[in-house]
Design a protein around this ligand. Structure first.
Ligand code: SF4
Length: 688
């Protein structure tokens, strides 16, 4: 009743923003959020949060929330009831399936949604429509890291917990703006560095806050990390500093790997990367002197033509120095979104079922066919990059996309928008009328995290429960209910009454999550995968070896791939990434008043040298043009960047959207866009 709703209550939830996975109590009165109250027992954050977790919640009551389904009529949308929208979807889906077959469909899952919702999305794509054309936004970020770890150590997740990062003697941060992208995690590193004598090496183009605090800051030329990583590893082996005992007992292919390092001398690395040779030697010495090393990395590594290979090189270095399987060691690709880990974990990938079991494995398919009572498609599907190409080629006709602003965050968005225009039928499910939704035929109103139950998995592979804080706004519904409604109209006959039942089904089918259930996750309780049937979880991976048939990891030789080459006139390298205050494209944070007042729009960071050379002041409006498009943005002069390196935060969906500039080049092993290999020319816009 209304009176009950007006009572003050507190509910435990998990942050909807980044992959650190802070959890806290939210105090509410009806729909009003009174305060965010972190608790000591919160496993990832204790009593800390960052500005987004603390103040970034107004968007749930924004007037721009979608509260009714929308159906396209010509150039505009009109509101509709659920029945009408679902009838239309059912009719169009059936038509397209009959005419063009199941592989004319494509599905985009969301890293903002819960594990249970990711599970249902892949069940709908595979079990109801019959296609593996299914992906999620980790394709834009950490899929190369997952690939590098699959190749070398067998599990595509962080090797340990944030606690391990905290207790490590040496933290190496490569291509990660940790203090803005993963604020609470970075605070724990900063504290350890200050109080416990932890050492910190940062490799980055941009002198961000972690770089300023580091003991050693190295600045490789864009796209050359693999060269210094390989040279440092070779030097360590040559000096006799490798952990030969660990390698002998636990790692295969050492000889082959050593041969692959031949060309990576310190002189070669200094020449290619521009890092001084003494700094490269110092890096090797610091690794040698530390009893435990962790490496954190993010988009600065992965969003390149050779993103998977560089991630592999990081893992090779850790293997060579015995830095896996002990407290305070290991590889930590920092997950960007609250549940980007879980979106892949629960099978929203074109080649993997939940728990990363391969779709091409007949045993795996048989298991699911038996449980679901339907045949499954056996060939791997298209990833999101290939879907866009497929739409352009006319083979992909329909897309069902939930909670993903693909029309802003994919690279070369002019090309993506042209693809959307060609779709026969496009369903977008979101909490706002996103830029992507503007291209849709039907828009379905979904509920954000505060309006539903479920689980998220953070960067530490940690499952945490979120509880419904308030009822869905208007006629919006939790994503799992919408997916089920569509599936059932297509004849699926699903009858889940609560997300806990979905998790129960997933756990029964998946070795990695066998012991996960809602009782074991009650309140602030959490579990880190793999979780055995008896509920034993795994905060630190690889203590008893590696998940390969002989229990050994393997070195994986890799080579440097030169970055994308541009014509000479494109002389400015456009780095890009996050800002502390805004999350990604900003669809949620711009709708949170406190935050958008402080940082109302995006800006371009340019170096004092470049500003002097071109006569640019703070606030000067410039146009950047690449071969793919152009942006207009105001400048901010700062020594965080140097030379002809500029930095454009990605939180703008208008004139200054970074992906108007980026290309369709992508990592050669995973198709992750090479966002970080973007160049442009710059002109000053006078009188504007
Ligand atoms: Fe949320 Fe990440 Fe900030 Fe924690 S650090 S409050 S998870 S955005």
């Amino acid at each position: 009743s209304a009176m009950r709703d007006e009572r003050i209550k507190k509910t435990k939830t998990v942050c909807t923003y980044c992959g650190v996975g802070c959890s806290f109590d939210v105090w509410t009165k009806g729909r009003e959020i009174l305060k965010v109250d972190p608790q000591v027992e919160a496993p990832a954050n204790g009593i800390s949060t960052c500005v987004k977790g603390k103040f970034g919640w107004d968007f749930v009551n924004s007037e721009e929330r979608l509260t009714k389904p929308l159906i396209r009529e010509g150039d505009a949308f009109r509101e509709a009831e659920w029945d009408e929208a679902l009838d239309l979807i059912t009719r169009k889906f059936n038509e397209i399936k009959e005419k063009n077959g199941p592989d004319a469909f494509s599905f985009i899952s969301s890293s903002k949604c819960t594990n249970e919702e990711s599970y249902l999305m892949q069940k709908l794509a595979r079990g109801v429509i019959g296609t593996n054309n299914l992906d999620n936004c980790s394709r834009y970020c950490q899929t190369p890291a997952t690939m590098g770890l699959f190749r070398t150590v067998g599990h595509g997740g962080d090797a340990g917990s944030i606690k391990d990062i905290e207790m490590s003697e040496l933290v190496i941060v490569v291509g990660s703006n940790t203090s803005e992208s993963h604020p609470v995690l970075s605070t724990r590193v900063k504290r350890s560095h200050k109080l416990n004598g932890q050492k910190l090496i940062v490799a980055d183009l941009r002198k961000h806050e972690m770089a300023e605090r580091s003991d050693l800051f190295i600045q490789p030329r864009p796209g050359t990390d693999i060269v210094w990583l390989s040279a440092v590893t070779r030097y360590i082996i040559d000096q006799g500093w490798a952990d030969e005992g660990f390698i002998k007992n636990k790692v295969n292919k050492y000889e082959e790997y050593k041969e692959s390092l031949e060309q990576y001398t310190m002189d070669y690395a200094a020449e290619i990367t521009g890092i001084a040779k003494e700094d490269l030697i110092k890096t090797a010495e610091m690794i040698h002197e530390a009893n435990s090393v962790v490496t954190l990395w993010a988009m600065g590594v992965t969003q390149h033509l050779g993103g998977s290979d560089t991630s592999t090189a990081i893992s090779n270095l850790l293997l060579a120095t015995g830095n896996y399987g002990r407290p305070g060691t290991g590889a930590y690709p920092l997950r960007g979104h609250n549940n980007v880990q879980g979106a892949s974990d629960f099978g929203s990938m074109p080649d993997r079922m939940p728990g990363y079991e391969k779709i091409t494995d007949e045993k795996v398919r048989k298991k699911y066919e038996k449980a679901w009572g339907v045949p499954l498609p056996e060939h791997p599907g298209l990833n999101n990059h290939e879907m866009v190409a497929g739409i352009h080629e006319g083979t992909v006709k329909a897309m069902y996309l939930k909670g993903e602003e693909m029309g802003i965050v994919d690279s070369n968005i002019n090309y993506v928008h042209e693809a959307y225009e060609k779709l026969d039928f496009f369903v977008v499910q979101d909490i706002f009328l996103s830029r992507t939704a503007e291209f849709a035929d039907v828009v379905l109103p979904a509920s954000p995290s505060l309006e539903k139950d479920g689980t998220f998995t953070n960067t530490e592979r940690r499952f945490q429960r979120l509880y419904k804080v308030m009822e869905p706004l208007g006629d919006s519904k939790p994503d799992w209910q919408i997916i089920m409604a569509i599936a059932n109209r297509l004849g699926a006959g699903w009858a889940y009454e609560h997300p806990g039942e979905i998790m129960e089904e997933a756990a029964q089918l998946t070795e990695l999550f066998a012991g996960v259930n809602y009782e074991r996750l009650e309140g602030y309780k959490s579990l880190q995968w793999p979780v055995a049937e008896d509920g034993t979880d795994t905060p630190l991976l690889f203590t008893d070896g590696f998940p390969f048939p002989d229990g050994k990891a393997q070195f994986w030789p890799v080579k440097w791939t030169e970055p994308v080459q541009y014509e000479e006139e494109y002389d400015i390298h456009v780095n890009n990434g996050r800002l502390l205050e805004h999350f990604h494209e900003g669809n949620m944070t711009y709708k949170s008043e406190g935050i958008s007042e402080k940082t109302p729009r995006t800006f371009l960071e340019i170096s004092p040298e470049l500003a002097a050379e071109r006569g640019i002041k703070d606030g000067t409006l410039v146009r950047l043009s690449s071969p793919y498009g152009n942006v207009k943005v105001q400048c901010l002069i700062t020594d965080r960047v140097s030379g002809k390196e500029v930095y454009l935060p990605m939180n703008d969906s208008g004139d200054a959207a970074i992906n108007l500039l980026t290309s369709s080049y992508s990592d050669k092993d995973t198709d992750t866009p090479a966002y970080k290999e973007t160049k442009a020319k710059m002109e000053i816009l006078k009188g504007e």
